[in-house]
Write a protein that binds this ligand. Structure first.
Ligand code: BGC
Length: 690
C-alpha cells in the first residue's frame, strides 16, 4: 500500500531491517515492550521535558524509539514556532486548482522538515453545512468531490516531503458550538455520500498516514470510541496508519481501548497504564488490542524513516523561498469576486486617491484556535501594505474606521472597506454570527452612500450576511483568510494585474433561512445564542443535531427544496468572459471521456473553472439534480481557446446503498452538464450508462 516504504527502508539503520517489512519491524519492537512501555506509546504527555508538550508521540529510549513531534495545521506549521502563513483551507477549495493545494502542501512539508516536525495535523475536511460553523475557514466547502480533490493534493504535497499528514476531524464535526456534547445524527447514505468521501479518498488514493477523530458523538457514540466509525469504515477502507484522538476528545477507557483508536492526545486521560491494567485484569480488554495500537504507530513511523533518521532537514531554511512563493500563488487564485459594477479593476481616474479602511485594512487576519498562525517577523503583508506596494500611479491612504471622515470619502476616487472576521470572532470552539461583527454593516452602508466606488473585501471562512449593503456597493470580493501574502495578492487583483479566478466552494444563500441545512443545524433557533465561547460541557443540554437535509446539502438542495441562492456553488466573476463549445461524450475505459472547448472572448487574460455536473434522468433511488463530478481550471489570454477533457469513471454514476452497505452502480440515462457555476449550465448531453 505505502509507496514510501521501499525507499525509506533503504536508508534504515540495522542490517536486519533491510529484510524486514515495516510491519515486521514494528511487530518485533512491540514484542519486546512491557505493558508500561506500550501504554507510554499510545498517548501523548504533558510534563516538563521538551517532548512532553502534548504534541509528541512519547519516546522509549530503551528500544531506540525517538520522540515524534507533531504540529498544527492547516494554515502552516505552528506550535512553538513562527512559520509561513498560507491561505486557509476554504481558500484552497475556492481556487478550484488542485496544483494550488498541492503546492501549499509541499510548502508545509518543507516547513515541517525544516523544524523537525514529523506529523502535520492537517488537512481538515469537515463539510460546510452552514456559514455559522466556526472552523469552516479551515475546511474545503460543501461539496464532497471538491473537498476530496483538494485534500488529496494537499496531502500528497505534504507527504511528498516525507512528512505525515493527518486528515481530520473524523467525522461529522460540522459545528463548533458544544462540540464535545452534541451528537451528529445522520443516516448512513448521507454519511457515505457527503461526509466520508474526502476521508475515504485520502485513505484509498492518498495513502494518508494519520487520521484524527472528532470531538462529537456520531449517532450517539463519540468518534474516538466509535468502532463502527473506525473499524467498520476507516479500517475497512484499508487504513493501516495511526488513528489519533482530537485533543481531549476521549471520554471513557473501555470505549477508547476497544474502538480501534491508536493514540490518545494530548495525554493519557483514559488510555493509560492504570486503566489498561485494571481492564486487563478484569478481562474486559485484551493486550493484543494494545499491541495493535502500538503496531500501527511504530509501523507508520518506520515507514517514514523516522525510527532511523532525524526528521529535521538542516538544508531547508525556516523562512523558505519556495514556501513563500507557494503561499502567494494560492493567495492569487483564492479570492472570489461576487459583484462588480465596473469599478474593478481600479481605473486610472480612481487610482490617485484610494482610501482603505475597516477592521482588516492594516492587519493580516486569521481564524482562531489551533489553526492560527504565528508569522515570521516582517512577512505578513496587510491589504494596505499590498496596495501601497503597487507603486507608480497609486495613492493610497489608510483611514481609521472608527472615525471615518465622510467628506474625504466622498471625494475619493475609490474606497476599499476591509471587513470581516478575525480570530476573536471566527474560530475553533465557538460558532460565529452570520452578520459581520459589530459596526461593520453600518460602516459599509455609510461609506457606500458617500461614494459609489466602494469595494468591499470580506475576510471570513464562508458566507456572511451581505443583505444590508450588497445593492449599494460597487464590488464585493471574498478574500477568506489569505495568509501572509494576501495583501500583495489582493492588491494585484484589485488593480487588474491579475484577474480574480476563485469560485465559491459553497452555496452563498443570501439569507441564512434559505439554506435548507439551517433548519437542522441546531435543534432550535435562535442561532445567535450558540456563539458563546468555551462551551465545553461533556454532556450537552442539546443532545443531538439531526442532519435532516440528508444528501440535499448546499447546491444539491436547490431544486429539491425549491430555493434559489444569491450566488451558487462554483460562481465567481473575472475581468473577462468565456464561451463553451463542442461537447463530446465518448465511452472510455469503462467510463466516459468528456471533451469540450473553452474560449476567452473578453479583453483580459483570465482563468475559467469549467465544472462538470451530472443528473440522473430517472433513477431507482432519489438523487440530487446536480452532482459535481469533475472540474478543470484553465488560464487563457484573450481570444485563446483550450480543449479540456475530463474523465468520468463509472463510479460517478453510483449511490451508496444502505441495504448492502456499499456503493452500487446505477445504470440508465444521465444528463452530462458543463457549467460555469451550478446555475450556469453551458453545454449538456444525455448519455446512457450500462
Ligand atoms: C483541534 C485540532 C488540533 C488539536 C491540536 C484541537 O483543539 O480540534 O484540530 O489539531 O487541537 O492543536
Amino acid at each position: 500500500m505505502r509507496k514510501l516504504l521501499p525507499v525509506l527502508l533503504l536508508v534504515a539503520g540495522s542490517v536486519a531491517s533491510y529484510a524486514q517489512s515495516a510491519r515486521e519491524r514494528a511487530e518485533e519492537l512491540v514484542s519486546k515492550m512491557t505493558l508500561e512501555e506500550k501504554c507510554t506509546l499510545i498517548h501523548g504527555e504533558r510534563g516538563d521535558a521538551e517532548y512532553e508538550d502534548g504534541f509528541h508521540i512519547m519516546p522509549i529510549p530503551r528500544l531506540g524509539i525517538p520522540a515524534i513531534r507533531m504540529a498544527d495545521g492547516p494554515q502552516g506549521v505552528r506550535n512553538k514556532t513562527n512559520s509561513t502563513y498560507y491561505p486557509c483551507g476554504i481558500s484552497l477549495a475556492a481556487s478550484w486548482n488542485r496544483d494550488v493545494a498541492g503546492k501549499v502542501g509541499e510548502g508545509i512539508g518543507l516547513d515541517a522538515r525544516a523544524r523537525g516536525v514529523a506529523i502535520m495535523l492537517c488537512p481538515g475536511v469537515n463539510i460546510y453545512r452552514t456559514a455559522l460553523c466556526g472552523r469552516n475557514f479551515e475546511y474545503y466547502g460543501e461539496d464532497p468531490y471538491l473537498a476530496s480533490e483538494t485534500a488529496l493534493h494537499y496531502i500528497s504535497g505534504i507527504q511528498s516531503k516525507g512528512v505525515m499528514a493527518t486528515i481530520k476531524h473524523f467525522a461529522l464535526n460540522n459545528q463548533e458550538f458544544d462540540r464535545h456534547g452534541v451528537s451528529s445524527n445522520a443516516d448512513e447514505r448521507t454519511i457515505n455520500e457527503i461526509y466520508f468521501p474526502a476521508f475515504r479518498k485520502a485513505v484509498e488514493e492518498g495513502n494518508v498516514a494519520c487520521v484524527m477523530t472528532s470531538y462529537n458523538p456520531i449517532n450517539g457514540t463519540h468518534a474516538s470510541e466509535n468502532s463502527w466509525l473506525i473499524k467498520d469504515n476507516l479500517r475497512a477502507w484499508g487504513f493501516d496508519g495511526i488513528v489519533m484522538s482530537d485533543w481531549t476528545s476521549t471520554y471513557s477507557a473501555i470505549g477508547c481501548f476497544g474502538s480501534g483508536l491508536d493514540l490518545e492526545m494530548p495525554r493519557g486521560y483514559v488510555m493509560n497504564y492504570e486503566n489498561a491494567k485494571r481492564l486487563l485484569d478484569s478481562g474486559v480488554i485484551e493486550e493484543s488490542w494494545i499491541d495493535e495500537k502500538c503496531r500501527h504507530i511504530l509501523q507508520t513511523v518506520i515507514e517514514y524513516g523516522f525510527l532511523d533518521n532525524p526528521v529535521k532537514d538542516e538544508s531547508i531554511p525556516e523562512d523558505c523561498d519556495i514556501s513563500r512563493a507557494n503561499a502567494l500563488a494560492a493567495a492569487l487564485e483564492a479570492p472570489v469576486m461576487l459583484k462588480n459594477n465596473g469599478i474593478l479593476p481600479l481605473k486610472k481616474s480612481t487610482k490617485k486617491s484610494i482610501i482603505v479602511l475597516g477592521p482588516n485594512a492594516d492587519i493580516v487576519p486569521y481564524g482562531g484556535g489551533s489553526g492560527r498562525m504565528d508569522p515570521i517577523e516582517g512577512r505578513n503583508i496587510t491589504l494596505f501594505a499590498g496596495l501601497s506596494g503597487l507603486g507608480k500611479g497609486y495613492k493610497v491612504e489608510l483611514m481609521d474606521w472608527k472615525a471615518p471622515d465622510y467628506e474625504k470619502i466622498r471625494k475619493a476616487g475609490a474606497v476599499i472597506v476591509a471587513a470581516g472576521f478575525n480570530y476573536d470572532t471566527e474560530g475553533e470552539d465557538f460558532d460565529r454570527t452570520y452578520a459581520l461583527p459589530e459596526g461593520q454593516d453600518e460602516l459599509i452602508s455609510k461609506v457606500a452612500a458617500a461614494n459609489s466606488n466602494t469595494v468591499v473585501v470580506v475576510y471570513s471562512g464562508g458566507e456572511v450576511d451581505v443583505s444590508p449593503w450588497i445593492d449599494k456597493v460597487g464590488a464585493l470580493l471574498m478574500a477568506w483568510y489569505s495568509g501572509q501574502e494576501g495583501g500583495t495578492a489582493l492588491a494585484r487583483i484589485l488593480s487588474g494585474k491579475v484577474s480574480p479566478s476563485g469560485r465559491l466552494p459553497f452555496t452563498f444563500w443570501g439569507s441564512i433561512d434559505k439554506n435548507p441545512a439551517s433548519a437542522n443545524y441546531y435543534l432550535s433557533k435562535p442561532y445567535e445564542n450558540r456563539t458563546s465561547k468555551r462551551y465545553s460541557k461533556r454532556f450537552s443540554q442539546y443532545p443531538f443535531v439531526e442532519y435532516g437535509e440528508g444528501i440535499f446539502l448546499g447546491y444539491r438542495g436547490m431544486s429539491h427544496f425549491g430555493v434559489e441562492p444569491m450566488f451558487p456553488l462554483g460562481y465567481g466573476l473575472t475581468y473577462s468572459k468565456f464561451d463553451y463549445s463542442g461537447l463530446s461524450v465518448e465511452p472510455s475505459d469503462g467510463g466516459f471521456k468528456v471533451s469540450f472547448t473553452v474560449t476567452n472572448t473578453g479583453k483580459a487574460s483570465a482563468s475559467e473553472v469549467a465544472q462538470l455536473y451530472i443528473s440522473a434522468e430517472g433513477s431507482s433511488v432519489i438523487k440530487a439534480d446536480l452532482e459535481l463530478k469533475g472540474y478543470e481550471k484553465v488560464s487563457l489570454d484573450p481570444k485563446k481557446s483550450a480543449g479540456i477533457t475530463i474523465f468520468l469513471p463509472k463510479e460517478a454514476f453510483s449511490h451508496y446503498d444502505v441495504a448492502s452497505h456499499s456503493w452500487v452502480n446505477d445504470p440508465g440515462q444521465y444528463k452530462i452538464m458543463i457549467a460555469a457555476s451550478a446555475l450556469d449550465i453551458r453545454l449538456s448531453e444525455i448519455i446512457t450508462v450500462d
